[in-house]
Ligand binder design. Structure first.
Ligand code: CTP
Ligand code: MG
Length: 231
């Protein structure tokens, strides 16, 4: 079965306001709740693990207890870096979890389709990540702020979550990163260090990470469009 881990223990610095952005409401419903509800619609997912700051554990447990139609869940305490929050989540894995998905709680617009596509690719290849083709040209820039080179755009993707892995690979990757003090900006980069090939699954540009205040408006607009289509 599949277990999903949701890092939600960040400090939301770029959002401002001094509150956990994952608890802000989007069209009336907290971001974290929206994210968990979508994952709960996926048949193969049986367990959800959420990492939040220590002082929010109780609030979040109450919030999730009051939410209907969620798969079984546990809340744990996050760490000072996203990677440490996920490492804490990994300690709560059920014995029968063969595939682990990691998904930023702050990506509430994820679709059931993309989640299933990532799980399918993990079953086939061992590791898979959601991504979209890079829209912008990306340049490698030196510390002196001069361009070093321009990688061809057709080879570049912007990486999102979910990122999924066979349990043994992800646990080995996290052990190795801890031993070697490696801090990555995503989970795949830890697994890549084992020499494992990671499959890229094409996702949607709508799967934004709510990061700055204007992202709230963008996300609400996307939700409104979606609702307009289904009613
Ligand atoms: N996250 C976490 N633990 C951390 C840092 C981040 O669980 N120590 C989570 C965030 O809560 C978020 C996800 O990882 O759901 C992606 O991180 P990001 O969007 O960077 O959120 P924050 O770190 O909270 O925001 P900022 O970088 O602006 O402070
Ligand atoms: Mg951050």
């Amino acid at each position: 079965m599949v277990t999903a881990i949701f890092p939600a223990a960040g400090s939301s610095t770029r959002m401002g306001g001094g509150v956990n952005k994952n608890l802000l409401k989007l069209a009336g419903e907290p971001i974290l709740v929206r994210t968990l509800k979508t994952f709960s619609q996926v048949e193969r997912i049986k367990f959800l693990i959420v990492a939040v700051a220590e002082h929010e554990v109780e609030t979040v447990e109450k919030l999730l207890s009051a939410t209907e139609n969620l798969k079984s869940w546990r809340v744990t305490i996050g760490g000072s870096e996203r990677q440490y929050s996920i490492a804490n989540g990994l300690k709560l894995l059920p014995d029968d979890a063969e595939i682990i998905l990691v998904h930023d709680a702050a990506r509430p617009l994820i679709s059931v389709q993309t989640i299933n596509d990532v799980i399918d690719a993990v079953e086939k290849f061992g590791g898979a990540i959601a991504a979209v083709p890079a829209k912008d040209t990306i340049k490698i820039v030196g510390a002196d702020k001069f361009v070093r080179f321009t990688p061809p755009r057709r080879e570049l993707v912007a990486v999102q979550t979910p990122q999924g892995f066979r349990r043994d690979l992800l646990l080995r990757a996290y052990d190795k990163a801890a031993e070697e003090n490696f801090l990555g900006t995503d989970d795949s980069s830890l697994v890549e260090r084992l020499g494992v090939r990671i499959k890229v699954v094409t996702s949607s540009y709508e799967n934004i990470k709510v990061t700055t205040p204007e992202d709230i408006h963008v996300a609400e607009t996307i939700l409104r469009d979606r609702n307009g289509k289904t009613t």
